[in-house]
Design a protein around this ligand. Structure first.
Ligand code: NAD
Length: 275
């Protein structure tokens, strides 16, 4: 699969399309990630809280694919913000890797005031070479601003809920101004919204002989975003990766832009405090 890369603000390159394993059952993860790697995905997005790092690691080890051809992201869970080093070591151990490509703070949890300390830990981990890039997830403008003000270290990415029903234009613009790459989670509306049934989307998709999911992924990619749609089905893995041979025109991009509803499907990062 010829998957383009995006250059991050630290000079590293990340494959623009990856494969996410949120809510992928640990008992199925090795098989599913093996399928994804066979299909041609080389970028896997997991997290300590997903409970499937070990199975992701096994699929990677069994694949025989060279480590430097793979891109692996994991995330620091909320309860571990007080000791990022220990949590990171545990993630590496479970993954069976001596390095990840990207390590993220999963949620800002502003009510606990620990994210800044955690970020300083990630900066040290970056310095040790065991994470090639570091970033954050679910950070709003005020959380990013505080990191920048207090530490001066700009995250390489911010991984946020972003899809046509919830486009986060101000936050995306803030990230652009600061050179922070945007990773869109829930890029397809998580399968629990009616996004993929919208006629506006079907029209755009039909014009290219593509599916609504492919049209949405194309809409993300043309805006320079990084996406890692999740599916457990091999046919959909192929479908979701077949998004580089066509181009939406301005009117088609605008039609999808028009689906904005300010509709969050996940938790609000300002109040999410699940420990
Ligand atoms: P998604 O938007 O990728 O939706 C996945 C769902 O869409 C599937 O379960 C399936 O129901 C449906 N789907 C997938 N491919 C399809 C297709 N071709 N046609 C029709 N339906 C299809 O949602 P997600 O899994 O929540 O997000 C992707 C990844 O983002 C996750 O796996 C995870 O890696 C990451 N994520 C991160 C956070 C965070 O807090 N940082 C939160 C949620 C997800």
């Amino acid at each position: 699969l010829p998957i383009p890369t995006v250059r991050l603000n630290d000079g590293q390159e990340i494959p623009q399309l990856g494969f996410g394993v949120f809510q992928v059952d640990p008992g199925e993860t090795e098989r599913i990630v093996t399928d994804a790697l066979e299909v041609g995905y080389r970028h896997i997005d997991t997290a300590a809280i997903y409970g499937n790092e070990a199975e992701v690691g096994r699929a990677i080890a069994e694949s025989g694919i060279a480590r430097d051809e793979l891109y692996v992201t994991t995330k620091l869970w909320n309860t571990d913000q007080g000791d990022a080093h220990a949590a990171f070591e545990a993630s590496l151990e479970r993954l069976g890797l001596d390095r990840v490509d990207l390590y993220l703070i999963h949620w800002p949890q502003p009510m606990f005031g620990e994210a800044l300390g955690a970020w300083r830990g990630l900066v040290e981990i970056l310095g040790s070479g065991r994470a090639s890039s570091i970033g954050v997830s679910n950070f709003e403008i005020e959380h990013l601003q505080q990191l920048l003000d207090e530490t001066g270290v700009v995250p390489a990415v911010n991984q946020i809920e972003l899809h046509p029903l919830h486009q986060r234009r101000e936050l995306v613009e803030f990230c652009r101004e600061h050179g922070i790459a945007v990773e869109a989670w829930g890029p397809l509306g998580q399968g629990k919204s009616d996004l993929l049934d919208r006629p506006e989307l079907s029209d755009v998709a039909a014009a290219h002989g593509k599916t609504p999911a492919q049209a949405v992924l194309r809409w993300h990619l043309q805006q320079g975003r990084i996406v890692f749609p999740k599916t457990t089905h091999r046919a959909r893995m192929l479908e979701n990766a077949d998004v580089f041979g066509f181009e939406l025109d301005d009117a088609q991009m605008a039609a999808i832009d028009g689906l904005e509803e300010g509709r969050r499907l996940g938790p609000d990062p300002r109040t999410f405090d699940v420990r």
